[in-house]
Write a protein that binds this ligand. Structure first.
Ligand code: DQA
Length: 150
């Protein structure tokens, strides 16, 4: 049985649908989870979709991914812009990582323009709303397929 892709969501993403809908849209995180699970199934992948408001819990899940996941799709929320601990965990995980943001962080406040996650990611998607998660799955699927052939 192939290992699942960990789809990890950071702080405040549990508020999707309620939170600043003009920026983040009207879909809830549960809607996003359903879209991700359906798309993963169509690609022959399984996912473990999680959300935490706690930096430490995200770090623990990323550590776990080293042995338990085939790859990571991460929307670290605001920790993207602050967390060296998450960068260190991702670097140590040694599985392919895609960074996702619903909004285009480069069109927003300058403090959102820097990401501690990006150096550990092979790809970054932002500004596509929930569709970004599906594009991340496509990218990860291609990457895992290419790695399996090499
Ligand atoms: C976000 C962008 C971050 O800057 C913000 O702190 C979030 C959500 C996004 O998905 O657009 O919580 O990661």
């Amino acid at each position: 049985m192939a290992k699942p892709v960990y789809v990890l969501n950071g702080p405040n993403l549990n508020m999707l649908g309620l939170r600043e809908p003009h920026i983040y849209g009207s879909e809830t995180l549960d809607d996003v989870r359903r879209m991700v699970e359906d798309h993963a199934k169509s690609l022959g992948l399984s996912v473990s979709f999680r959300q935490s408001n706690s930096e430490g819990e995200l770090v623990t899940w990323i550590q776990e991914a080293r042995t338990e996941a085939s790859g990571i799709i991460l929307n670290a929320g605001a920790y993207t812009h602050t967390s060296v601990a998450i960068l260190d965990a991702l670097t140590a995980a040694e599985v392919p990582v895609v960074e996702v943001h619903l909004s285009n962080i480069f069109r927003r406040e300058p403090f959102r323009h820097h990401s501690y996650v990006s150096p550990a990611a092979f790809g970054v998607l932002c500004g596509f709303g929930p569709k970004g998660y599906l594009l991340a799955l496509d990218g990860l699927h291609a990457r895992l397929g290419a790695a399996a052939k090499s």
